[in-house]
Design a protein around this ligand. Structure first.
Ligand SMILES: Nc1ncnc2c1ncn2[C@@H]1O[C@H](COP(=O)(O)OP(=O)(O)OP(=O)(O)O)[C@@H](O)[C@H]1O
Length: 710
C-alpha cells in the first residue's frame, strides 16, 4: 500500500505554512492511503510529476494547493514516498531539480544533498585552497572517512575545505548524516569519538550485516527514524500538522532515542548536556517508555526545580502521552512540594528574608559570635549536606569545600546555634525547605518508597538533602532513577557528588551534544560568558569539562547588545526592540524579558504595558500565555525557552549581584562558587533564546559581558 512519509525539514517549515497549505498536505497524504501507485500517478488532482532537468529522477513534485507544490522522494522500489519540502510552484521546481537522494552506506539512512550547489561551490573553493596538508581534513584518511559513512562525492568536496567557516557554508547542502560527521571532525572530535557518539547511535536502528542495497529506499526510509516520520493514522498527522513546534515528539535524534527508549538500566541513569540539547525532551520520552511498562499499582515521580518547570513538564507530557489515565500515574511536582506533601504539615516554609533574622536571634541566644551568613551557610553546606544529626557527628565532620577553617574548639557554639535555630522554628510553626526534605526522607525510610521510578529534570541545582529524599522515594532496583541536568547551568550553590548520596550512575551516563534550541551565533556568544571556567560534573566532583564540543545545527543573527546611559533610556530601547520583534511577526507569547531583580521586572512590565504592549510577570499557571510578553527574573527563566529573549539590566553592580556573593574574607571558596553561580545565571538567561537575543545595560556593563566581547 502506498504511503506518504514526512521529512524533518518539511516539519520545520510547518509553523510558517498557511492553513490551506496544511489542508493540502493532509489531502495528499489521504490520497496515498486510498489509492494504488498506478492511480496516484494518474490522479489529475495530485499531479505527481517528474521534472525534466532533475538531477535525480527519484525527486518529483506533487500539487498541494493552487500555486504550491510539494517536493517528494519517489523511489522506484517500494511504495513509500517522502514529502521533503512544500514551496511556491516555481521555487519548488527550482529546488527539486538540484537535489539528489542516496542511502548512506554505513548508517543505512536516506540522505538528500543539493548536488547542484555543491558542484558549483567545489571548483571555486578548490581554486583558492592551499596545499592539501593545510586543509581542514588533512589528517583524516580516506579509509576513516569511508568507515564513518562519507561517500566518494562528499569526500572530494570536503577535501577542498580549509576552515570551519567554509564547512559552514557547505553544510546546508551536504547529505545529513555525512554533514554531521564532518562537523564533529571539524570541531576536533577524534575519528573514534565520532564513530561512537555520532555514527554508532545511528546504526542502532539497523540490525543487518548485509551490504547496503543502494536502490532499496523502502528499507532505508525505515532506518531514517531520526529524520523521516512514518505517520500511521489521520489523527497522528492532524496532530503533527496542528502542533508544528512539537517536532521533538516525532523526531528524536538517535542519541536521544537510544537513551530514552533503552529497555532498562540496571540502576540510576543520567543524561547531561549543554543548554537546549533536549535533556527535558529525553526525560519526557523516558517517562513515556516507563509508563508503557508500568505494573498495576506502580507510580512515577517526575520532578524538577521550579513551579514554572513543573507546568512545562505537565504540558510536555500531555503532548506526548494522550491517554489521561496513564498520565495520572505520574506525579509532577517540585522536590520541595513533594517533601511538603509527604509530611502533610501545616508549618509554613520560612522566607529567605526571615532566615537571616532568625540566625541572628539564635546566635544571640546561645552567645555565638559568628555572623548569621556564616551560620546559614554552615547549616546548609555542612550540617544538612552531610546529614549531621548530633554534635558528635558535627565535631568530627570534614567540612570539605568550605573556604574558612573552623577549629574543633569553635564548633560547640555553632552547633548550639543550629539547635536553637531549628528548635525555634518548630515552636513557631515554621520550617525550612531543606529541613522538610530531611524529615520527609526519614518518613520514607520508616514507611518505604512511594514510587517505582523517579525521573529528575534540572538536576544540577538539587541539594544533597533533596537527593537523599529522591533516593528514598524509589526502591534501589533497575530503572529507579533517571536524571537529566547540566552542570553549566548551576545557579544555586549546590555542588553534589551523586555517589556520596548513594546514587551511582557510572557506566549509565550519556552526554548530549547537539543543541536544538538556539542558533549557533547565540550559543557561541553565550558560551563565551563561561569559557575557561572549570565545572564539576554532576556525578564526580574531580572531573572537569568545558563547554567546547556543543554544537548547534541552527543559524541566524548574532545577539544584539545595547549600552544605555540611564535605566530610563534602557527601558525605552527595550520597548523599541520588542516592538521591532512584533513588527517582524514574532508573537507576544514568543517573547521573554529577563532581569536580575524583581524590581526591574516590574518596571519592564509597567513600561511595556504603558507602550501598549501586553506584558505579564511570569507565573507557573500562565506558562505559554499567547497574548502577552513574559517577564521574569533570571532565576525563574531556568529551563524555559522563547523565540526572542531580552536580558536587561546587565550592568556592573547588578550582575554579579554583590549581595549574592559571599565576601572573600568570610569564605574564599564560597566567594568563588557564588561568583560562578552568578555567571551561570547570565548564561542560563541568554540560552533561553531560540532565534533572537538582546542584552542591554545602563552605565557600565557587567564584567561578565567583557568575556563575550562587549
Ligand atoms: N530531536 C529533536 N527534534 C526537534 N527539536 C528538539 C529535539 N530535541 C529537543 N528539541 C527542542 O529543543 C529545545 C530544547 O530542548 P530541551 O528543553 O529538552 O533542552 P534541555 O537540554 O532540557 O535545555 P536546558 O538545559 O537549556 O533547559 C526544545 O524546543 C525542544 O523541543
Amino acid at each position: 500500500m502506498p504511503r506518504l512519509a514526512f521529512d524533518i525539514d518539511f516539519c520545520a517549515q510547518l509553523p510558517k505554512l498557511q492553513g490551506t497549505v496544511r489542508k493540502g498536505v493532509f489531502d495528499a497524504w489521504e490520497k496515498f492511503e486510498r489509492l494504488t501507485l498506478n492511480q496516484l500517478f494518474k490522479d489529475p488532482g495530485l499531479k505527481l510529476e517528474s521534472l525534466k532537468e532533475a538531477r535525480d529522477r527519484h525527486i518529483r513534485t506533487i500539487r498541494i494547493d493552487q500555486g504550491t507544490r510539494g517536493v517528494v522522494l519517489a523511489p522506484d522500489s517500494g511504495e513509500t514516498y517522502v514529502l521533503l519540502r512544500v514551496l511556491p510552484h516555481d521555487e519548488a521546481n527550482a529546488w527539486a531539480v538540484k537535489q539528489k537522494a542516496s542511502i548512506n552506506a554505513v548508517t543505512r539512512a536516506v540522505e538528500i544533498r543539493d548536488i547542484a550547489v555543491l558542484e558549483e561551490l567545489t571548483p571555486a573553493y578548490e581554486r583558492i585552497a592551499p596545499e592539501p596538508e593545510q586543509r581542514l581534513f588533512a589528517k583524516i584518511s580516506d579509509g576513516d572517512f569511508a568507515a564513518l559513512g562519507v561517500d566518494g562525492t562528499t569526500l572530494r568536496q570536503a577535501r577542498v575545505l580549509t576552515t570551519a567557516d567554509q564547512l559552514e557554508a557547505f553544510a546546508p547542502y551536504f547529505p545529513q548524516d555525512q554533514r554531521e560527521v564532518l562537523e564533529y571532525l571539524a570541531a576536533g572530535f577524534t575519528v573514534e569519538e565520532v564513530w561512537r557518539d555520532v555514527v554508532a547511535v545511528n546504526l542502532a536502528a539497523s540490525d543487518s550485516a548485509e551490504p547496503v542495497n543502494p536502490g532499496d529506499y523502502e528499507t532505508a526510509i525505515r532506518h531514517s527514524r531520526a529524520r523521516i516520520a512514518l505517520v500511521t493514522g489521520s489523527e497522528e498527522l492532524r496532530e503533527i500538522l496542528d502542533k508544528p513546534f512539537a517536532a521533538w515528539r516525532v523526531f528524536l535524534h538517535p542519541s536521544q532515542h537510544k537513551v530514552a527508549y533503552r529497555a532498562s538500566y540496571s540502576g540510576p541513569a543520567q543524561v547531561t548536556g549543554g543548554p537546549g540539547t533536549g535533556k527535558t525532551v529525553v526525560a519526557l520520552h523516558r517517562v513515556r517508555h516507563l509508563l508503557r511498562h508500568l505494573r498495576d499499582g506502580d507510580r512515577i515521580l517526575l520532578t524538577t526545580y521550579t513551579n514554572a518547570l513543573v507546568a512545562a513538564l505537565r504540558a510536555g507530557l500531555a503532548e506526548l502521552v494522550d491517554d489521561e489515565t496513564l498520565r495520572d500515574r505520574v506525579d509532577i511536582v517540585t522536590v520541595d512540594a513533594f517533601a511538603g506533601r509527604l509530611l502533610s504539615t501545616s508549618r509554613r516554609p520560612l522566607r529567605a528574608d526571615e532566615e537571616t533574622v532568625r540566625w541572628q536571634q539564635a546566635a544571640r541566644a546561645v552567645g555565638a559570635t559568628v555572623s548569621p551568613q556564616f551560620l546559614a551557610q554552615e547549616y546548609k553546606h555542612v550540617v544538612l549536606a552531610q546529614d549531621l544529626r548530633t554534635y558528635a557527628q558535627y565535631e568530627s565532620a570534614e567540612r570539605k569545600g568550605r573556604g574558612n577553617a573552623l577549629p574543633v574548639a569553635a564548633r560547640p557554639p555553632v552547633w548550639s546555634a543550629v539547635e536553637e535555630f531549628t528548635a525555634r522554628l518548630a515552636t513557631d510553626g515554621l520550617r525550612t525547605y531543606l529541613g522538610t526534605c530531611v524529615e520527609a526522607t526519614d518518613l520514607l525510610e520508616r514507611t518505604g518508597p512511594r514510587y517505582r521510578h523517579v525521573v529528575v529534570d534540572e538536576a544540577q541545582d538539587l541539594h544533597p538533602a533533596q537527593w537523599r529524599l529522591l533516593r528514598a522515594a524509589a526502591p534501589g532496583r533497575p530503572d529507579d532513577l533517571f536524571i537529566a541536568g547540566d552542570p553549566h547551568q548551576r545557579i544555586y550553590d549546590n555542588k553534589v557528588s551523586l555517589k556520596a548520596v548513594g546514587i551511582k550512575v557510572a557506566g549509565r551516563s550519556t552526554k548530549m551534544r547537539k543543541n536544538y534550541r538556539s542558533t549557533h551565533e547565540i550559543l557561541s556568544w553565550s558560551t563565551a560568558l563561561l569559557v575557561g571556567r572549570p565545572f564539576a560534573e554532576l556525578e564526580d566532583d574531580t572531573r572537569h569539562e568545558t563547554l567546547l564540543g556543543y554544537r548547534s545545527a541552527l543559524h541566524g543573527n548574532g545577539p544584539e547588545t545595547h549600552a544605555a546611559d540611564t535605566s530610563e533610556a534602557e527601558l525605552t530601547a527595550l520597548v523599541a526592540r520588542v516592538r521591532g520583534w512584533l513588527d517582524d511577526g514574532v508573537a507576544l507569547g514568543e517573547i521573554g524579558v529577563s532581569a536580575r531583580f524583581n524590581r526591574t521586572c516590574d518596571q519592564v512590565v509597567e513600561r511595556l504595558t504603558a507602550a501598549g504592549i501586553p506584558a505579564r510577570r511570569l507565573r507557573a499557571d500562565r506558562l505559554g500565555e499567547a497574548h502577552a510578553v513574559s517577564v521574569g527574573t533570571m532565576h525563574s527563566f531556568k529551563g524555559l525557552e522563547y523565540r526572542c529573549v531580552a536580558v536587561v539590566g546587565v550592568h556592573d553592580g547588578a550582575v554579579p549581584f554583590p549581595r549574592a556573593v559571599t565576601p572573600v574574607g568570610v569564605d574564599r571558596l564560597q566567594h568563588e562558587a557564588d561568583l560562578l553561580a552568578e555567571r551561570c545565571l547570565l548564561f542560563v538567561a541568554c540560552t533561553r533564546a531560540r532565534d533572537g537575543l538582546y542584552v542591554s545595560w545602563a552605565g557600565e556593563p557587567s564584567p561578565f559581558l567583557l568575556t563575550a566581547g562587549v
